[in-house]
Design a protein around this ligand. Structure first.
Ligand SMILES: Cc1cc2nc3c(=O)[nH]c(=O)nc-3n(C[C@H](O)[C@H](O)[C@H](O)COP(=O)(O)OP(=O)(O)OC[C@H]3O[C@@H](n4cnc5c(N)ncnc54)[C@H](O)[C@@H]3O)c2cc1C
Length: 401
């Protein structure tokens, strides 16, 4: 690689020289699935990288949520990372089952997991742990929250952390998600609210403590949707039911609810589901953790930028979309593709970045457009019939948000 990595960390006390300035070092911001996949693929090819992550430690935040990993992107990325066997060990069997219920609890669609599905489900936290374990010790610098970035010219960039320290790099990758601090180096685009949010709840040991809700959710995913309102739930490991309550409401509407008061949130959200079957509303009212608000935002579909030397983006930082079951898969795929491109053209980093970006723009735009269609099928005026038609009519497979 011809780029000179001139990393140096300035502390308040003076210069804390970073690691080797050996001319082949990639600076990645964000230890999500995308950034870690990139770091792993670079490692496989002998290219050193440092990942700066805002969170204080690998366990600082629950990484809950099940992800179905697709054979056309997420699984390919893990293969490139040389982690297919480790990934297979994480698969939760039987979780590809799907049920669609009406608000009164009527079963509208039921598909068992017969073992022929191609979208195995794993826990996000376990996938992240697997990627972390595959990296050399010290690759991830925890507790490094980026507060700003600036161009120094000639492909070099300075990254400033919230404690005032800085790093200068000649190859910077923003893998820092929806509110990327690296993105402004490339584009002025920012995510916008898409008009709906999820409220997240958990029920534990559901088979013994919440049997009616456990039965309603079944072995995999539950969809109980009406236009503008819905309950989506997954059975995770150990009888844990993880629910996303969907509400098409404005930011202001949610701002009127005090999310520091879990009981008030539960009561207010449950009120929106008055008259729904008790086994469904219990997924809200019996929640055993404080409900968490997840506002949904997206970048413009087809968002792209002109090449800027020495910096690029991947995953949500590049193409945040309405939830479409692809985001984590695409982030890992971007990471793997970027890693491969850099390994293939060590003497032409700019060529590698340009090639990576062109393909990434296309797949990000396609996924976002498909995501918008899926969004309409799931949450639009014709749900749940549009959703059932998708499951039965071959318009798509089991796609979860
Ligand atoms: C409710 C919900 C459900 C979803 N379900 C699915 C699903 O089922 N399947 C699927 O494929 N996708 C799903 N997605 C989308 C998926 O979560 C994202 O697309 C995916 O996590 C993007 O990965 P990433 O690595 O690009 O970013 P992230 O996972 O967001 O990781 C970014 C990392 O950067 C760190 N970071 C952020 N800012 C800074 C900073 N300033 N300095 C340093 N570090 C920073 C963060 O702490 C984080 O670790 C869902 C999204 C939501 C909101």
């Amino acid at each position: 690689m011809t780029t000179q990595d001139t990393r140096s960390t300035q502390s308040a006390e003076g210069t804390d020289s970073g690691e080797s300035a050996d001319g082949a070092h990639v600076t990645i911001i964000g230890a999500g699935l995308g950034g870690l996949t990139l770091a792993r693929v670079l490692h496989v090819h002998g290219i050193p990288a440092t990942v700066y992550e805002a969170e204080a430690s690998p366990t600082a935040r629950a990484q809950g949520g099940m992800l179905d990993i697709h054979d056309y992107n997420g699984q390919l990325a893990l293969e490139t990372a040389g982690l297919t066997d480790e990934f297979r060990d994480l698969i939760l069997e039987g979780r590809e089952a799907i049920r669609v219920l009406g608000p009164d609890g009527t079963l509208l669609f039921d598909k068992a997991d017969d073992g022929t599905g191609v979208r195995p489900e794993v826990l996000r936290g376990e996938l992240r742990r697997m990627l972390l374990d595959s990296l050399p010790a010290g690759t991830v610098r925890w507790g490094h929250k980026v507060s700003g970035t600036r161009t120094l010219g000639a492909g070099r960039h300075e990254v400033t952390f919230s404690d005032g320290t800085t790093v200068v790099t000649s190859l910077l990758v923003g893998a820092d998600g929806a509110w990327s601090r690296v993105r402004p180096l490339l584009t002025a685009a920012t995510p916008e609210y898409v008009g709906m949010s999820f409220v997240e709840t958990y029920l534990f040991d559901s088979d013994t403590r919440h049997p009616a809700s456990a039965k309603a959710v079944g072995g995999g995913s539950l969809f109980a949707l009406t236009p503008g309102r819905g309950i989506l739930a997954h059975r995770e490991s150990g009888g844990t039911l993880h629910t996303y309550v969907m509400l098409s409401e404005s930011r202001e509407w949610f701002a009127g609810i005090d999310f520091t008061d879990p009981a008030a949130v539960t009561a207010r959200i449950a009120k929106e589901f008055d008259g729904w079957a008790p086994e469904l509303t219990a997924l809200i009212t019996d929640g055993e953790t404080a409900p968490v608000l997840r506002p949904l935002n997206a970048l413009p579909v087809g968002h792209r930028w002109d090449r800027v030397p020495g910096v690029t983006l991947l995953g949500d930082a590049a193409h945040l979309s309405v939830p479409n079951g692809e985001g984590a898969n695409l982030a890992m795929y971007d990471g793997a593709e970027l890693g491969k491109a850099l390994a293939a053209r060590p003497e032409d980093v700019e060529g590698a970045l340009a090639e990576y970006e062109q393909a990434m723009f296309t797949r990000g735009a396609e996924a976002a457009a498909e995501g918008t269609e899926l969004h309409e099928l799931l949450y639009g005026d014709k749900t749940p019939h549009s959703l059932i038609a998708m499951f039965t009519g071959g318009e798509g497979d089991d796609q979860t948000p």
